[in-house]
Design a binder for this molecule. Sequence first.
Ligand code: HEM
Length: 216
Amino acid sequence: MNTIARVFSYSVGRKLIMAATGLFLIIFLVEHLIGNFLLLKGDGGAAFIEYSASMVHNLLIRIVEILLFAAIVVHVIDGFALFLSGRQKRSQRYAVRNKSASWTSRNMIVTGTVILIFLVVHFYTFFVPYRVIGTDATIYDLVIEAFSNPYYTAFYVLAFLFLGLHLKHAFISSLQTLGLRHLKYDRLLQIIGTLYAVFVPAGYALIAIYIYLKTA
Ligand code: HEM
């Protein structure tokens, strides 16, 4: 077995990879949110279209985007692998449930699966027509069309709720796994984690609801 395969096969290695890719996605979510706030500018989408086009034509951003997709794929595969190996171990030990663990930490696979379903819908709506197939519509047109549908908007808001639950545990857990937690700053990191898990999904929900109300 080569070194990379060995790292993947051990649960410690898997957890490290989960934490590193997760932290990368946590940072991406802030950048994506700031970019999406341009949708609220009230300029007919001009700033958002310009921002989106600048992303397509920037080589560095294209490279980061490839890393982003790779991080999502690895994070999902590793997440399911960890869940399945954990389930196997629990069944061998007659399923002793850790009652002290929080709901969010015990249900990462549930909240993560909802986010995965959201991402498939999300890519199908924006990334595939805009970047893969090609369309005459602008990216702003696609956003307006999508969020004028109340079911689509409601699905997004629900998905953001699950995103918040996932992030609530993910933030502090990824720092812990990467050894970045420090007793002295622990309370502060917990607060930052909670604020992040509340305000980032809330920001996304605000954008979705605002566009829906504007088009209703
Ligand atoms: C109201 C909320 C959101 C809106 C309006 C939105 C909008 C968009 C749009 C228009 C694109 C295509 C951009 C382009 O190709 O130039 C995109 C791409 C993407 N979105 Fe979102 N998004 C939202 C929330 C999210 C969330 C919560 C996640 C992650 C859980 C996410 C992950 C991604 C990813 C990974 C891409 C592809 C990478 C990229 O093109 O930057 N989005 N989003």
